[in-house]
Write a protein of this length. Structure first.
Ligand SMILES: Nc1ncnc2c1ncn2[C@@H]1O[C@H](COP(=O)(O)OP(=O)(O)O)[C@@H](O)[C@H]1O
Ligand SMILES: [Mg+2]
Lengths: 367, 283
């Protein structure tokens, strides 16, 4: 049995006529770092709050460490939680905030001090020990919240968008810090975020949700390379995957502007005889402008005019119109072009995805 | 930067306020100055500036006060009143605070209707229900007891409303965090909610104190035993006694004013906030 198990967990809020979280089934292993990611309102927080016990589970079962949790009070679930708005106790100092749970657990005060000292040191809060939350910056407050979570030796950490109130730079550094903490402490962590970059960089496995339904569960690169549907393909990765409305006919892809490409053997096999209108998806870095790839896939070479560029230095995004929509290619600094330049490019034949026009299912990922 | 013009306006304002406050302070100074004089001196000074100047301190300087303290139970009445106020402050915070918390944070049927009823009670003047209170207390055999005096004063719709308005804006996630830190609801209320809402707790305490201290009607109905009387009633009975001198009267009034002045100077911020921000501020 896995450490945390969801069995068809559903949530219907009173007065709502449909499930906010629907048939959520998932196994989480001990010490895993799992990210729930999805657009705002897709039910991530609701799911997390059901684990914590702050929201009633209206259908299905939830197990933590083999014990059914549906009716267990939050305090008895052995969890710690870090909240988006920190939820610190405003009238207590940093030290008191961190030690409060331990004090209520009736831990002897010398042990409390030892643990609090440790957390304060790990989180670099030495200077702020006797400050109250209102005299701390956002990053420091979130550290205190982390401290409050880690001193309790909980087996499960729940984090609900813990970094979303911080500025971009701090977010990046806190990301690394949380990952480091997770490696040090090894508690099973469920991390909710709407930011796919956070999920990709931090999580062992990612759960992608939409409208309360799990779309796909997998390791970051699995989701990136093998999205099961167009939603996942579009949600993961920045810049977004390029999508084109196409017609596939006898091994030829026809774009809405009349351009055509011949599909490779491998791709044809994956498509398994499927024909007709589909959505072609390809990632920016799989649109090649370098000479070597160009030669290899000479017969499928396309042309376009650069309409916009995003220069980042190591990698650069080139925007152009092709196949009836705007497309973006990610190129190295050696292939950088100017706005107005005419460029040749090819789609990496094995990196194309074909999605069902209606359901969004990825035909090229046999499920 | 304060411009020259603003500075001048400020000075004018200060001057006006100073004159006004002297105007309001005159009776107080007069009272204080004359409370140290024998009646003969009060009458003699009446029409001169000396009416506002205390006598030179000598052996008889505090005579009026000594008389009051030794010959009457006024000090005891003051202590009684302080005790009642203390008890009522604690009970007001607990009872009205819990009610306000329920109305702010706990979901139960007809909560909004309850709140409406409580708000409507705000416009009922105390005097209209005092007869009913009296009858109930009398029926319960609690006349002339501290319990009978205190009971009807505990629940106060204004305080409930005040607490509710403040508690509504408390973040829910702090309660959730506290739950995970093994803090139950009762402990949460007393160790988190109240400390997080210090201002409203202070405001309710101050208003409760002032109400108890200044109330005359209710204690005069409930108490008959002179052991339990409050300061206001004591004041009345002392000043209406024909053996009490003018100077003694002024001394009693001075004594009864002292706690109020102390409270006002310590808590003026809370009093102003209590009066001004009870409307709908939720931040
Ligand atoms: N207490 C509630 N009562 C009714 N609906 C709610 C409640 N909390 C959240 N919802 C609804 O449930 C949906 C999912 O919310 P939430 O889990 O907070 O999404 P996310 O965290 O993914 O942004 C939203 O449409 C939201 O409006
Ligand atoms: Mg959320």
């Amino acid at each position: 049995m896995s450490f945390i198990e969801f069995k068809n967990v559903c949530k219907r809020y009173p007065g709502s006529d449909k499930n906010t979280v629907d048939n959520f089934t998932l196994d989480i292993e001990e010490k895993e770092f799992i990210a729930f990611v999805g657009p705002s309102g897709c039910g991530k927080s609701t799911t997390l709050r059901m684990i914590a016990g702050f929201e009633e589970i209206t259908g299905g079962e939830l197990y933590i460490d083999g014990k059914k949790m549906n009716e267990v009070a939050p305090r008895d679930r052995g969890i710690s939680m870090v909240f988006q708005n920190y939820a610190l106790y405003p009238h207590m100092t940093v030290e008191k905030n961190i030690g409060y749970g331990l004090k209520n657990m009736k831990m002897p005060s010398d042990q409390i001090k030892q643990k609090v000292d440790w957390a304060i040191k790990v989180l670099g809060l030495e200077e702020y020990r006797y400050r109250k939350p209102k005299n701390l910056s956002g990053g420091q407050r979130q550290r205190v919240a982390l401290g409050r979570a880690i001193v309790k030796n909980s087996k499960v950490f729940l984090m609900d968008e813990p970094l979303s109130n911080l500025d971009a730079k701090l977010r990046v550094s806190m990301r690394t810090e949380i990952s480091k903490l997770h490696r040090q402490i090894g508690a099973t962590t469920i991390y909710v975020t709407h930011d796919q970059v956070e999920a990709m960089t931090m999580a062992d496995r990612i759960v992608i949700m939409k409208d309360g339904v799990i779309q796909q569960v997998g390791r970051p690169m699995e989701l990136y390379d093998h999205p099961v549907n167009q939603f996942v393909a579009g949600f993961i990765g920045s810049p977004q995957m390029n999508f084109f409305d196409v017609t596939v006919d006898n091994g030829t892809v026809r774009f809405s502007d009349g351009s055509t490409m011949t599909l490779s053997e491998g791709m044809l096999k994956k498509l398994n005889g499927r024909q007709g209108e589909m959505v072609l998806g390809i990632r920016g870095e799989d649109i090649k402008m370098d000479a070597q790839n160009m030669e290899l896939n000479n017969e499928n070479m396309q042309h376009a005019v650069i309409t916009d560029t995003e220069v980042m230095g190591n990698e650069n995004n080139l925007y152009f119109n092709f196949g009836g929509s705007q497309a973006v290619a990610r190129v190295s600094k050696y292939e950088i072009s100017q706005i107005g330049d005419r460029v040749n490019f090819v789609f990496m034949p094995s990196k194309m995805h074909f999605f069902d026009k209606e359901t969004g299912v990825n035909y090229t990922e046999a499920v | 930067m304060v411009t020259k013009k603003q500075k001048r306006i400020n000075w004018i304002l200060v001057a006006v306020l100073l004159v006004l406050s002297i105007f309001f302070l005159f009776p107080v100074i007069w009272m204080l100055a004359n409370s140290f004089k024998p009646d003969a001196a009060i009458t003699a000074d009446m029409n001169s500036i000396a009416a506002f100047i205390p006598p030179a301190p000598d052996g008889s300087f505090f005579d009026n006060y000594v008389q009051i303290i030794t010959n009457t139970s006024f000090l005891r009445y003051m202590v009684n009143t302080l005790l009642y106020a203390a008890i009522l402050i604690v009970l007001s915070i607990v009872v009205n605070g819990l009610a306000g918390y329920a109305l702010a944070k706990i979901r139960f049927p007809f909560r909004d209707q309850w709140l409406m009823i409580i708000i409507m009670l705000l416009i009922v003047p105390t005097e209209t229900v005092i007869t009913i209170h009296f009858l109930i207390i009398a029926k319960a055999g609690l006349l002339n007891t501290i319990v009978g005096y205190i009971l009807p004063l505990i629940v106060n719709p204004f305080n409930i409303f005040l607490f509710r308005q403040v508690f509504v804006s408390l973040p829910d996630d702090v309660y959730e965090a506290a739950q995970l830190d093994f803090c139950g609801p009762v402990k949460y209320f007393f160790t988190m909610v109240l400390p997080m809402s210090k201002t409203v707790v202070a405001t309710v305490s101050v208003f409760t104190f002032l109400n108890v201290w200044n109330d005359y009607l209710w204690p005069s109905l409930v108490f008959t035993s002179s052991d339990l009387l409050t300061a206001q009633i004591g004041l009345n009975s002392i000043t209406s006694n024909e053996n009490t001198t003018m100077g003694q009267t002024l001394a009693v009034i001075t004594l009864i004013t002292i706690p109020v002045i102390i409270i006002y100077s310590l808590f003026s911020k809370q009093i102003v906030e209590g009066v001004t921000s009870t409307g709908s501020k939720e931040g």
